[in-house]
Design a protein around this ligand. Structure first.
Ligand code: SF4
Length: 228
């Protein structure tokens, strides 16, 4: 006998999902967009970026859709005004700390744009007051380029390395503005257990970790200005 589904209402439509389905999964299955940055459906939900918030009738405040399971009778609003305002503010804060706008093809740039922000309108420092990260390139890996200044601490690379590859080569370090990632406990990729699978670069939403070949190509004089 099959397990009965969970019936809920999302943006006015009645849905039925399998038990254990998160609100984000339910929304995506219904073709509804909810912004995310730390989420990757190949990885366990993390609930860190707080931009996937939605409104749930009767809840004290917005809830993170990536870690909240659908329950029978829930009434969910994915376009909830306060949730979207928070998402926009969080993404604006993230953008304001970058020394350069994210490349247009990155997930960060695309999410920002969809939230009504213009991530490519000049250097971040010129648009927002405050400190930006100093460029810090780690070019020691034979296949990967690591631009620490583009790290937004979403944790996706660390989790991809742990959960997908099982290599445990990356670590989250620091707090707040100084949060970043380190390879080989700070000793660099050469000292780490990295097996060069590329899972970290594949999931990175900002190109903080990218394939070195593409990075070098974009940085070459003939390609300067091209999207990374
Ligand atoms: S390329 Fe190296 S650091 Fe990146 S996920 Fe694979 S093993 Fe981990």
């Amino acid at each position: 006998m099959s397990t009965p589904g969970v019936k809920l209402t999302m943006d006015g439509a009645e849905l039925e999902v399998a038990p254990g389905t998160t609100l984000l999964e339910a929304a995506r299955a219904a073709g509804l967009w909810i912004p995310t940055l730390c989420f990757d459906d190949r990885l366990a939900p993390f609930g860190a970026c707080r931009i996937c918030l939605v409104g749930v009738e009767g809840a004290k405040g917005p809830v993170a859709s990536c870690t909240t399971e659908a329950r029978a009778g829930m009434v969910v609003e994915t376009q909830h005004a306060l949730s979207r305002r928070i998402a926009r503010n969080v993404v604006e804060l993230v953008l304001s700390e970058l020394p350069v706008p994210p490349a247009p093809h990155t997930e960060l740039a695309q999410v920002a744009q969809r939230l009504g922000l213009d991530p490519t309108a000049g250097p971040a420092a010129a648009r927002w007051a405050g400190v930006t990260h100093e460029p810090q390139l780690d070019h020691r890996h034979p296949y990967l380029a690591l631009q620490h200044e583009l790290c937004i601490s979403c944790g996706r690379c660390v989790r991809a390395c742990d959960e997908v590859q099982g290599a445990f080569a990356l670590t989250a370090v620091g707090r707040g503005f100084h949060a970043n990632i380190a390879a080989g406990l700070g000793a660099g990729f050469a000292e780490s257990s990295c097996v060069s699978c590329g899972a970290c670069a594949d999931t990175c939403p900002t190109d903080a970790i990218s394939e070195r070949l593409l990075f070098d190509l974009a940085a070459a004089p003939d390609h300067r200005g091209a999207a990374r």
